[in-house]
Each structure stands twice: as structure tokens, then as C-alpha cells.
Design a protein around this ligand. Sequence first.
Ligand SMILES: Nc1ncnc2c1ncn2[C@@H]1O[C@H](COP(=O)(O)OP(=O)(O)OP(=O)(O)O)[C@@H](O)[C@H]1O
Length: 610
Amino acid sequence: MNNSNSLSYSGKSYSRALLTKEGIVVKTQGPVTDAYDQVGNSNGSTVSFLSGCFTCLNTDYECDPSTVGLLPNNTLIPFRRILNAKSVDSLEQSRDGYGRLAQSSAGPSDPNAVRHDNVNRMDKKGLDDDGNGDEDEDEESANSLIELTFVVPQGNDIVPQKLYLSIEHVPTVGGSLMNKNQPIKDSNADGGGSSSTMTTSSQEDTENIVELIFQRSFEGIKRHKSILVVINPYGGKGKARTLYETKCHPILASTECKIDIAYTKYARHAMDIARDLDLEKYDTIACASGDGIPYEIINGLYQRPDRVAAFNKLTVTQLPCGSGNAMSISCHWTNNPSYAALCLVKSTEARIDMMCCSQESYANEFPRLSFLSQTYGVIAESDINTEFIRWMGPSRFELGVAVTVLQGRKYPCDLYVKYAVKDKKDIHIHYIEQKNKTTLLFDRETTTPEECTAQLASDNDLTEDDFKLKYSLNNDVPEDWERLNPDIANNLQIFYTGKMPYMAADTKFFPAALPSDGSFDMVITDSRTPLTKITPILLSLDKGTHILEPEVIHAKVLAYRLVPKIEEGLFSVDGEKFPLETMQVEILPRLVKTLLVNGSYIDSEFDTMI
Ligand SMILES: Nc1ncnc2c1ncn2[C@@H]1O[C@H](COP(=O)(O)OP(=O)(O)OP(=O)(O)O)[C@@H](O)[C@H]1O
């Protein structure tokens, strides 16, 4: 390579870089390009990010071989985008007899595998970048090369990329920078660590820097996860497997996580998988599916004799590969499988409340845990009874709702509710108070990652008591439960209860939902509401402002009993069909561990809705 700006060692193009508080800044290495993308980060702000080809992996535009591996001046690679870091010397120690670098844990579809081959071909010829076979350039820097893997945007997705770096500066106490050739602080020196210094060899420096990169890239986050990916090959109209393999796996395989994959072979198989799972083997179950598989996994775990241990050990999350991905939208803040894969790696564990459903048909055996919603009336009928027009995609559901509402159908019932917060104004106060609790917990300025994890862990040890139901279906309705005005109950149109803000990509049905406020949201409409009023209500579901309308009943509840008074129909629980029988539901606080961006659901903007 005849580019005067380029650096190479042993056939590897590499860049000089600085380690800063925010990430790794890559210094001038080649012609400055304007190929930047604005990428929304988990805090809702944006960061600059390079797109296009700089490591020969992107096909967005044709690359210039003289700039391969080179980044424009001062490109910041934020820590939250970093998946892995390795000392190149330690990689080289694991070469096979042919001089190949050891392959990463990436599967066959991992584009990084190609990159290893490219590098090795050059190594085999014994040529460096100037083609003369001398390993003469920047020998000292090359001794401490780091192979960094991070995500970059590609089209609508993110993909892993590798880059070789020579880190010239690392931060000292307080975040100021020091020269690499000075003795570096020990591996705790991440802004608050020991001030003792070590005089180390270049290789030891590199190992320390790698450790520092890991500490900053995985603050308060489990780095070596053992993940069981459960794929529903029929999910997402048969696209779930391909979505996982092309968009999620390359990202997960680039990390230090261990990944096993199980395919569901029949309906409800995921429940059996969770029931029979070896708890020792995994800490995370990732459902590459719609919302049906997380529901089955959670209930499979619930039915285990060692359910306390199961819910203490395992985190259940979703990679959005189905047609309904409410869990990922609410928890990972995205419906995009590749971004969700990054969230799986980078998000914080947090406990969420479950809603425990009892009906005569199954309650004596096992009640059912619902993480998302229960519905009766228009929504239930529209979800299930429009299966035959599934080809229409999500709009079939809206059409179903519109038709049923236009028909003026009603779904009489008796409804008894134990309220947590009944008045709409008080819900706002409750929401802001509870939301701030989580925000404070995750405020990195006031809470260290360790404190944050400790606070979360302090109530992470469930006991069998946490599974005990307060109310029995067989008993009379408790005295402190309130009966919904029969005038409304006998004309009920929509009955929908939920625990997450989004029920579909453009349906923010429960904007006041919070992960663990010990209650769930109830929304009710009356079929006598004039069309001129109900139409704007339905049209505002995407914004979530429907709950502000006076015609909509909205409350935070702890439990309810609904006695249907129709001959034919159904309940829908987390999108699954349930029998038309008396349904009793109560909250079981903080039962399931999942992954939430900064410990919160996606911002529903409920606090600013007036
Ligand atoms: N191999 C299989 N054969 C038939 N059904 C299956 C299989 N694997 C899983 N299922 C069922 O598919 C259903 C839907 O799963 P999931 O939520 O992952 O997909 P989805 O794309 O969101 O589908 P839906 O639109 O039906 O909710 C679940 O009830 C599950 O039991």
C-alpha cells in the first residue's frame, strides 16, 4: 500500500487511536470521507458514525484499496457500539500451522470470517503493505495492536466490523489522557480506580488496554452471557430463521457470549424447552420470534418445580423476528432485529412485573403468566378472528377493529377491580414518581455501575412467596374490589389490560405502563360512544393520547375479575386464544428478569401528555 498515511504491520492495515471517556477516537489515517450516518443511540440522542466501506465488508460503495481499514480523522467509536476487543499478539499465538488466525466464535455466515482470510492471505505471502516483505513500519505500535469489533450501520441495520488499532493514549484518573509510552495505570484505572502505576512490557500494556475497553464497553453488564436462542421457524410468516441468521447472529457471534440455538418443532414446543432446560447451561433465553415464544418460555419456566431458581438465574428477552414484536419495541426500543441483538448484548438486566391469569379450565393445574396483555371484546375478536386475512399483515387487525366498532358490537360482562390508581390525574403523578425511581437508579452521574447492579440485585432473589397468589378464583370477590358501573359493563366495547407501552409497532396502547410499578394498566370503552368520538380515539392509538379522552376509562390496577356475559367469544392473553370463562388476574411484582435499555421501557412520552 503506497498511501503515505497508512500504517501496517504484518499485513494488517491499522489505525492509531485514543481511548477517551466516551469511546475510541481513531486518528487521521486516510482521506476524510463524508460518509457519516446519524444513528439514534439508546438515550435518544444521536452520534456520528461511519457508514460505507472502510474494511471491505460493506458493499454500499466501491472501496479504494488504498484506504482499506482507514477511518477519517477523529472518528469516535462509542463504547456502547463496541462488541469485542482482542490483543492481536494473543490472536497470533493461536495461529494454526498454516499461519491462519484462529476463527472467532462466529458462525459460517459471519462476515468477519472473510476478513480473517484476507489478512492471512497477506501473512502467508510474507508481505507487508508496501509489498517488500519487511515488517518495517511502526514496529513498536504494531506490538500492541488491538483487534476491535464494533457495529456500524448498513442500510437499515447494523453489522459488526473489525478494525486493527494501535492505542496511543489511555485515560488516567479524571479522564485526562496520557501517552502510551508512559507507564499506564492498572486495569482499574477507568476514571476512579487505583492510582498505582505499573511498568509493563508493550504486550502487557495491550492486555490492560483491552481490559479497559471491556470495562467501559460493558459497564454494569454481563459480558460473557450463555444464551439459548429459541427460533420459531414459522414466526414472522416464516422469515424468523433468516432474520435471526442474517441480522442477529453476526452481532451475537462477534461477542464473548456463548450461543446455542433451538428450533421450535411444534406449537407450544418453547414451553417444553423452558420446562426441561438445564439451568446450569444458560443465563439468557433469547426468543427469535414474535411475542408468542416469550410467553411460552416464561410459562414453561413457571411450571418447573425449581421455578424460583429458574427465575433467579434466567433472563428472558426477544429478538424481534415475528409479526407481533411488542416486547422488543417496548424493552429494546426497536423492532429491528440487528439493533435488538446489540441491545441483548448491551442492555441492563431488570425485573418486570407479571400478570397472573386464572380461569377454571387450567387454574388448578397452573395459572398462566402474562407479560404483555389480556383482552376481551373488540380487540380480542379482531386479533383472533382476522386470522383468515393474515396476508394483510398488521393492517388486518386495524380493519378488524374498525369493522367491529362500526357494527356497534358490545360485549357485556361483570367486572370487579382492585385499583392501584383510579383517577387519571393521579396516574400522571404515579407515572412520574415511578419512572424517576428507575431514572435515578440508572443515572450514571450519581450511581456507579456497581451500585446500580447491586441495587437491582438486592431484590433479585425471589422466593416461593413471590409466586403466591393473593386472590383465589374460588372465593367471592374481596370487599375492597370495586364493581364497574353495570351500565358501562353491559355495553362494554374494548377491555384491554397491559404491562408494556406498545402492543404493536404503531400501537402505543398503554403509554403509562412501567416495568415494575407493581400495577398494570386497564383501558375500557363503551359501545354507546358516538362514532364521531370513537374514531379519533382509535386514530390516536399510535400516539397513545387515546387514554386522555374522557370517553376512555383508564386506570392502574392490582387485580380484576371479569365475568363474561356473552355466548360466544374469547379472551386473548399475550396474543394467545383463551377460553370464554371468568378470568381473574392479579399482579405478581418483579417476577421475570429481562433486558431493558438503561433499565427503562421505551419513552412513551406519557409524562408530557396533557
Ligand atoms: N414448529 C412450529 N409449528 C407450528 N407452530 C409453531 C411452531 N413453533 C412455534 N409455533 C407456534 O407459533 C405461534 C406464534 O409464534 P410467534 O409469536 O413466534 O410468531 P408470530 O410471527 O408473531 O406469529 P403470530 O402472528 O401468530 O403471533 C406460537 O403459538 C407457537 O406455539
